[in-house]
Write a protein of this length. Structure first.
Lengths: 293, 293
């Protein structure tokens, strides 16, 4: 996997989904002296790109993106940020339909989870001669480190919850369904599907309020890579919003894998966690990767 | 497994959770000439028991239930209806605490999913000399039959969705997390946790509205037994409410296992499904039971 260094002046294209990750990647590139060209996916916005050279693109409109990158002599691409909507095949532009006419790709787009679709996009760029580089290779500071990140330590009950939720997260990840699970009292109470982490946490909050889960056991959120996923795209990420949603759900902490998850706005996330009495934990990959079935 | 027959006048106790199943079981018992004594769990109500001999009980209050059953010479018990809330250990009455003081039971109550907790309750009754009989052995008409139940047939896309959702449902069932999953376009988009089926369907509706899942592919709900579960308690069930929630979520149908799921208010459920253009399918257990990993 290629990264960039401080003297790396070769430009990079940032395909920007939703969330703040694309902005951090763009800022990190700028700090490293790397020109960044932003391709903002329509409908996945949220960031102000007025300070960067940028274009908008449809998820189904691959051809104009290729043209824009080639015109600028860009051959390195970063995929960053989530993609909430899935293009309907019938909404693809004719050019994209031609490019995407391989049966295997059509099948993946029709039936795939996020991981399958991302692999397809990576494959598409690579077949056009681009190199995919990981967001964390530009913005390495975002990677979760091992151990507790904030001031709050975890107890034995949290360990049991981490084990249970990690096992569940790994299984649903291996099925390309989601990356996250919530466990409390050793019991898994919520699994992440297409709704995403924040909405899963809101559900836990509502179940707590309705008395459907214990009022006394705090529980944990675990987010893990899908075992088969390409680490150049869609690493699990947490940030201050995740911490606030976890606190609202009454959880005692959040665990991700060190080196295989991103912590956005780290200082603010840690401050929020400390304030709410939540631990933030970077699991040693060995621990989190133990066989689950 | 014991059932009751038309000439079976030996009384039965019905431990009643939420939903209408306990009422159907009680009515079926009455039709069979079997006196039914209702033990309504507090906080899980919804049925009017004025027409039956009944008592209220706390989930943690086992001793008075045993006394009431023994006084009436009842030695057969049916567990029926869902249990939404989980007792906190500290809220158990002293008598129950003594009975439930075995470490294994405490551990299950603390960490178990529904299946573990139900096994515990079954075990508790059996160790006190009671026989557990299945709701479907009293109200056999409720069992799902094989094939399509209504007028709507399913297409090939639905088959692929059933396969994907069944695989996911079986996996989360084996982990004692939930019984249901929703798939559309071959992609699993929602997994059932402690929130239950209706809330999972409401989530799918909301994701559909927000454009996070396809507007064009309908998708299916599959509910399956947990592979390890005791079939005398907590069979997957569907009813008119499930059909309405599935229709609101834009789904094309619902599949359960023939002989291993309950269809409540069958005529109304089928009428709702026909009206909304949904199929209702009883899977052959062989199909649904194929290895999933």
């Amino acid at each position: 996997m290629s990264g960039i260094s401080a003297r790396d002046a070769e430009p990079v294209a940032i395909i920007a989904g939703n969330g703040r990750l694309p902005l951090y990647v763009a800022e990190a590139a700028r700090e490293a002296g790397t020109p960044a060209f932003i391709v903002q996916l329509r409908g996945e916005g949220g960031n102000d790109w007025s300070d960067f050279e940028h274009m908008d693109a449809d998820l189904g409109g691959f051809r104009p993106v290729v043209a824009a990158l080639q015109k600028r002599g860009i051959r390195r691409v970063v995929l960053s940020g989530g993609v909430r909507s899935r293009p309907e095949l019938t909404s693809l532009r004719p050019t994209a339909r031609v490019i995407w006419s391989l049966p295997a790709i059509l099948k993946k787009l029709r039936s795939g989870g996020d991981d399958k679709v991302l692999r397809m996009v990576i494959d598409l760029f690579e077949r056009h001669g681009f190199e995919i580089i990981a967001a964390q290779n530009i913005a390495g500071d975002l990677l979760a480190t091992a151990g507790t990140l904030g001031a709050v330590a975890l107890d034995r009950e949290a360990r049991a919850d981490i084990d249970a939720a990690a096992r569940a997260a790994r299984v649903i990840g291996s099925m390309d369904i989601g990356q996250g699970a919530v466990s409390l009292g050793g019991r898994v109470v919520a699994l992440e599907g297409a709704e995403g982490t924040d909405q899963m946490l809101e559900r836990v909050r509502a179940m707590r309020e309705a008395g459907r889960i214990s009022q006394k056991r705090r529980g944990v959120l675990v987010k893990l890579c899908k075992p088969q996923q390409d680490l150049r795209a869609d690493l699990p990420s947490i940030g201050p919003e995740t911490v606030r949603a976890a606190a609202a759900a009454g959880l005692g902490g959040i665990a991700v894998e060190a080196g295989r998850a991103l912590v956005l706005d780290r200082a603010e996330a840690i401050a929020e966690a400390d304030r709410a009495g939540l631990f933030l934990l970077g699991l040693e990959p060995d621990t989190a990767m133990k066989p689950v079935l």
